[in-house]
Design a protein around this ligand. Structure first.
Ligand SMILES: [Zn+2]
Length: 282
């Protein structure tokens, strides 16, 4: 079985009203101002899953700053998943600084089937300009239902790309220390945090933390899977393409080039994600 742990789909309104939406929402502007940025529908995702033999995909939003766009995207993910016969695992996205409105939206989405929160872009969403305490209520909610929170991670070095942001390993560790019992999945190998898990004091903080490989062909040599498996353990790494940023087909091809044993491959391709999402309280 293959589970793609991070993909993005959006409803037609995001294409039809793109210019209006670019002005409304900071992260949409950041990621989609460039005319080459792809917007994919649920049928594009199904096509890709069939071609690349992906069995299940996690469908996520982005770190919205505008609540009306968040609701449009959340509803599309939830509706798509409800029609998918279990092939799509829906996440909902919110901005913790919305306060009560964020909790209301999270609860609404949970009741409609959301299995986690994300992808959040905490820097663009203004979290680091505030006190991290604004996440308390959301973290209490996700903890009580075993829901994972998926957060974009940024490499402090290397090339820039739209939406890269500044959620570096240093900031990620502060989030984990504040909410040690919560399940987190930091995208894009958490900006490189798994490498620091060779330090025992860092490794012991990562008990409930996982990392996905979203967009890895743009960021790392494929050996990143091997290196992070050695440093942190293959049970902590989730295969993800970041579709449509990278195709599922290409991501799987690059993944297949890595020298891993069958158990390690199985863990990364499906077992770890399945363990996380099967524990979410319905
Ligand atoms: Zn991301």
């Amino acid at each position: 079985m293959i589970i793609d742990s991070l993909t993005h789909i959006l409803p037609k309104a995001f294409e039809n009203e793109k210019n209006k939406f670019l002005k409304k929402d900071r992260i949409f502007n950041c990621l989609f101002s460039n005319s080459t940025a792809k917007i994919s529908s649920v049928s594009d995702l199904y096509k890709s899953m069939t071609q690349s033999e992906v069995d299940k995909s996690v469908i996520a939003g982005f770190g919205w700053t505008d609540i009306s766009l968040a609701k449009l995207s959340n509803d599309y993910n939830l509706e798509s998943a409800n029609n998918s016969k279990g092939k799509l695992i829906p996440l909902c996205s919110i901005n913790p600084i919305w306060g009560k409105s964020a909790i209301i939206e999270l609860r609404r989405c949970y009741e409609l089937g959301a299995k986690g929160v994300g992808e959040l872009h905490l820097d663009t969403q203004g979290i680091f300009d505030n006190n991290l305490n604004c996440m308390d209520e959301i973290m209490d909610f996700t903890l009580s239902y075993n829901m994972p929170t998926i957060i974009h991670g940024s490499e402090p070095l290397g090339h820039l790309y739209p939406g890269k942001g500044i959620t570096s390993p240093e900031k990620i560790i502060k989030i984990i220390q504040k909410y040690p019992k919560n399940i987190f999945i930091f995208s894009h190998f958490g900006g490189g945090l798994p490498f620091y898990s060779l330090m025992p004091e860092i490794k012991c903080l990562l008990e409930n933390t996982f990392f996905d490989s979203a967009a890895f062909p743009y960021l790392y040599d494929s050996k990143v899977f091997k290196v992070s498996s050695i440093a942190l353990g293959e049970n902590k790494i989730l295969f993800a393409s970041d579709f449509p940023v990278t195709t599922q087909m290409y991501s799987l091809k690059k993944f297949s080039e890595v020298s891993l044993n069958n158990m390690e491959k199985k863990s990364i391709l499906s077992v770890n994600a399945d363990n996380i999402y099967s524990k979410v309280v319905n």
